[in-house]
Design a protein around this ligand. Structure first.
Ligand code: CP3
Length: 353
């Protein structure tokens, strides 16, 4: 690891703290890089564990979480690790059954369909219900030995509501949206329960050792700007305001470019963006003080490694190297060759301003 990566005000004790410096807005020699869904099915090493243990066994066993979290650190050379887990551990902890079926994605066999169904869920004691996550963070931090920072995460309340009401993945989540519009009081009660649980959960992740927290609003882009303001933003901001005093928080409201200015005006310090917005426009919307993260279309990783390199350099030049974290615009897909993931990371490391 180059000594240059350790900046003068390295107070975290982390050897490569580029990611933390970019979040703080300190000057860096190159942008840090990591990839959403960097731990997963495109890695043969992950597939070995996937064949041996079912999904929730992998998620609930700290030794497996630690091993899977560190795989892309060793194999791809990213500047930040993200804990291997899933956003759906929250509905599980609140009392709903969640299955992860091969080839079908998540299934909640008994979703919330009516306001009365809310009686079936609770704001849980997260230390008790999700202790395995905190144990995994402690073990992973110890094993990382301050090499790079560790990202903890949760789903945003609107995205979690989508799964809790729809019961499975969907392109439109029309049942979930209809629940909000037909039962607004119950929907707000549900969003507040998810928010309260998520704040407790992320605080516990921070206490266990997570250096940065990311909140995934993967489906917020299905909302109109006015509905985002009503059904997503208030809950995202509650989480941001509760956690940001303790550590950097990155909000990733996928598809909701229209909300970026408002989120920045409300104190959001870092935002993830997808590929449907021009880097220059994203910067105009949030102003000079927000760190931006993104935004290569993961499908572009199927190009040749030379093309990936050109795209990455263009992306960095468009965002600018400061207050910027190189990443994809959404998660890695299983069909991406490992060499191409490595080419993405190497291209960031090779970039010179
Ligand atoms: O990024 C990482 O490397 C950390 C691990 C991580 C997973 N899920 C592991 C996982 C993270 C950050 C998530 C978040 C997550 N989970 C989101 C938000 C991010 C996004 O992609 O928008 C969402 C919407 C989910 C819900 C979820 N979990 C879905 C829709 C699926 C099925 C996806 C599929 O392609 O099958 C999952 C399962 C899941 N979570 C897998 C992994 C590696 C794949 C299943 C497996 O490996 O057995």
């Amino acid at each position: 690891m180059s000594d240059l990566l350790v900046s003068a005000d390295n107070i975290s004790g982390i050897k490569n703290d580029l990611f933390l410096q970019a979040l703080k807005g300190n000057k860096v020699e190159r942008p840090p890089v990591w990839m959403m869904r960097q731990a997963g099915r495109y890695l043969p090493e992950y597939m070995v564990l996937k064949r041996k243990y079912d999904f929730f066994t992998r998620v609930q066993t700290p030794e497996l979480v630690c091993e899977i979290t560190l795989q892309p650190v060793d194999i791809i050379g990213v500047d930040a690790a993200i804990l291997f887990s899933d956003i759906l551990v929250i509905p599980q902890a609140m009392g709903l059954e969640v299955q992860m079926n091969e080839g079908q994605g998540p299934l909640l066999p008994d979703p919330i369909k009516t306001p009365e169904d809310l009686q079936r869920i609770v704001v849980p004691d997260v230390a008790e219900r999700l202790h395995y996550v905190m144990d995994a963070i402690t073990l992973t931090k110890k094993t990382l030995n301050n090499k790079i920072p560790l990202i903890g995460f949760a789903g945003a309340p609107f995205t979690i509501l989508c799964y809790i009401v729809e019961g499975k993945g969907s392109k439109t989540f029309d049942k979930a949206k209809a629940f909000c519009y037909q039962h607004p009081i119950a929907a707000r009660q549900l969003l507040q329960m998810i928010t309260d649980t998520t704040i407790l959960y992320l605080k516990a992740q921070r206490t266990a050792g997570a250096d940065v927290l990311q909140v995934f609003d993967s489906w917020s882009g299905l909302l109109s700007p006015a509905d985002f303001e009503s059904w997503a933003q208030p809950y995202l901001l509650q989480i941001q305001q509760a956690l940001q005093p303790f550590c950097p928080v990155i909000l990733y409201p996928k598809g909701s470019w229209y909300a970026m200015k408002d989120l920045a005006d409300n104190g959001t310090m870092a935002m993830g963006v997808d590929w449907c917005i021009k880097p220059q426009f994203a910067r105009e919307l949030v102003g000079p003080h927000v760190t931006l993260q993104g935004n290569l279309d993961p499908a572009k990783l199927l190009q040749t490694t030379a093309e990936i390199r050109t795209d990455v350099h263009n992306m960095i030049n468009a965002f600018g190297a400061q207050r910027y974290i190189a990443n994809l615009g959404h998660g890695m897909t299983p069909n991406i060759p490992v060499d191409h993931a490595r080419a993405f990371v190497d291209a960031v490391k090779e970039w010179r301003g």
